[in-house]
Ligand binder design. Structure first.
Ligand SMILES: Cc1ncc(COP(=O)(O)O)c(C=O)c1O
Length: 449
């Protein structure tokens, strides 16, 4: 990081990051020629790595035909084909696609279509949304209202909607009592969700929203077996919808195209984004069941929502090619294979590490949680900003990973998230774990000095 000023409001207003000037496969190249291996695809975005020739060609092909036509007047070939690819076979009953430009927009669309569905059914009293603490659903005000991460919400709290409430997440390392089995834990969480429905009035709840595998805020947290079945049952019993946020964990990241496939349930509405376009274009989507779309079709006739860049032809062309590559190259099998290797290497390197309390994840979506004391799970003093130290040490050592703080409760705790491209080789996985080990040890050393 340099301290020179820039006219951009960068994420830090005190330092300007180096410019990225190139990339190839798993590698990113900074302006000074520094090569870093992209172990997190930014924030689980670049699922095919960088500069995949097939995607570049697909964008160029579409660009030469038509870059943009507003959706108030036209549909486009790539948008129709991508919607067919995503919902043509109606996976889990999801039959329709609504294209947006990113994850937060996909969540806004999910919340609004849930609300409009109930308005058009005459159930106007359904406007409550139940979400979970320590979740992340995006940074626009609706998505931030849904999110349960304390520090992200804090400055904007007066602007956030009271229609949202939050229950305990299915985060075993931090929330399961020592005396509880997984099944006990699931029972307790289900009872809490049921109690929240009762507190709000079950016929006032529009939807429950959750990430099947929690990403940025808690670090690759999978739910204990049976949790999502219990959640689905509660929603169904009370006539509420289930919205799953697969913006980060979806589109193959966990080894199946949709993360919910491994939970034995499917949602009524789903948000996807990052791995949809792999970073080649900004794109997200909301997928919905036919009963929702048909209710609106036979009611007012239109989803009362919209943005200028909905279904952008270049974005859809890029995402369509990304999805074809995942299919043609059997990359889901590769995610499982390399994911097993990543799990194994992380266990070897950090399983006995004094300051790694938990290693968790699924597919090519893994995190380590750092603790000062393994026995008590006490996190490092947040003043140390350990996650930032790890990020800096990793970058210096040629590794881009995704460390975050506030893992435990939105304030304290540190984790590092890894989400390597699906094309990563066995050697790449070894290098990632090796470089991460060095960075973690260096960062901890810098605190102890
Ligand atoms: C689970 C989840 N939902 C929503 C979002 C918001 O997506 P975007 O940053 O594209 O608006 C993110 C981004 O990290 C996310 O991880």
């Amino acid at each position: 990081m340099s301290t020179r000023t820039s006219r951009i409001l960068h994420r830090s207003l005190r330092a300007t990051p180096p410019k990225a000037i190139g990339g190839k496969g798993v590698w990113l190249i900074a302006e000074n020629g520094h090569h870093v291996i992209d172990a997190s695809g930014g924030a689980a975005v670049s699922c095919l790595g960088h500069q995949h020739p097939r995607v570049l060609e697909a964008i160029a092909r579409q660009m030469s035909k038509l870059a943009f036509a507003h959706t108030a007047f036209f549909s486009s070939e790539p948008a129709e084909a991508l919607a067919e690819q995503l919902t043509g076979s109606e996976p889990g009953g999801l039959a329709y696609t609504y294209f947006v430009s990113g994850g937060s927009e996909a969540i806004e669309a999910s919340l609004k279509i849930a609300r409009q569905y109930f308005v058009e059914r005459g159930e106007v009293e359904r406007y409550h949304f139940v979400a979970r603490r320590q979740s992340y659903h995006g940074n626009t005000l609706g998505a931030l209202s849904a999110g349960g991460n304390a520090w992200r919400r804090e400055p904007y709290a007066p602007l956030l909607s009271p229609a949202f409430s939050h229950v305990t997440p299915a985060f075993a390392y931090r929330e399961r009592h020592e005396s509880e089995s997984d099944a006990d834990f699931v029972r307790r969480l289900a009872a809490e969700l049921e109690a929240e429905f009762q507190r709000l009035g079950p016929n006032t709840v529009a939807a429950f929203i959750a990430e099947p595998v929690v990403g940025a805020t808690a670090g690759c947290v999978t739910a204990p077996e049976g949790y999502f079945n219990a959640v689905r049952e509660i929603c169904d019993r009370h006539g509420a919808l289930l919205i799953l946020d697969e913006v980060m964990c979806g589109m193959g990241r966990t080894g199946t195209l949709h993360a919910w496939e491994q939970e034995g349930i499917s949602p009524d509405i789903q948000a996807i984004a990052k791995g949809l376009g792999g970073g080649y274009q900004p794109i997200g989507a909301m997928l919905a069941r036919a009963k929702i779309v048909d209710t609106i079709r036979h009611g007012s006739g239109a989803f009362q929502h919209g943005h200028t860049y909905l279904g952008h032809p270049l974005a859809c062309a890029a995402a369509l090619e990304v999805q074809h590559i995942i299919r043609d190259e059997n990359l889901l099998d590769r995610v499982k294979l390399r994911g097993n290797q990543l799990e194994q290497r992380l266990a070897e390197r950090f399983g006995n590490h004094h300051h790694v309390g938990d290693i968790r994840g699924r597919g090519l979506f893994w995190a380590i949680e750092l603790v000062e004391d393994r026995a008590t799970r006490r996190p490092f003093d947040r003043a140390f900003k350990l996650h930032q130290r790890i990020k800096a040490a990793a970058f210096e050592g040629g590794l881009a990973c995704y460390p975050s703080g506030g893992t435990m409760d939105g304030q304290s705790g540190d984790h590092v998230l890894l989400a390597p491209p699906y094309i990563a080789t066995s050697g790449d996985i070894d290098m990632i774990v090796d470089r991460l080990g060095t960075a973690v040890d260096r960062a901890i050393q810098s605190i102890k000095q």
